[in-house]
Design a protein around this ligand. Structure first.
Ligand SMILES: [Zn+2]
Length: 105
């Protein structure tokens, strides 16, 4: 996911690097792993978001969960995030199902 996004936060454009991506970026699950087949560990459901600094886009994307699933921060709705990486919920679900087939069940 980091590689596809060029080690850049898709939320605010913060530029990380292969060496620092682990500490500076989060491979955020756009749809929660509990709501996806096989946990949704596919790049179609992943997006690079910064988890440091003032913008901390990952915290903003997670705010939906911490707010009791009542509201999304503007620009961080799953539909917005999917659009930014050229994916959709349906594409992500389909890819997640394939994950299972590839593992042989
Ligand atoms: Zn960011």
């Amino acid at each position: 996911v980091f590689q596809r996004d060029g080690y850049r936060c898709v939320g605010c454009g913060f530029q990380s690097s292969p060496e620092t991506a682990e500490t500076e970026l989060d491979a955020h699950h756009i749809t929660d792993r509990t709501e996806m087949p096989n946990g949704g560990y596919v790049k179609e459901n992943g997006i690079s978001l910064c988890k440091i600094g003032a913008s901390n886009c990952h915290a903003r994307a997670e705010m939906f969960h911490s707010s009791g699933k009542s509201e999304w921060e503007s620009g961080f709705h799953p539909d917005d995030l999917y659009r930014k990486i050229g994916s959709t919920y349906e594409v992500a679900v389909r890819a997640s199902k394939k994950l299972c087939e590839a593992d042989g069940g």
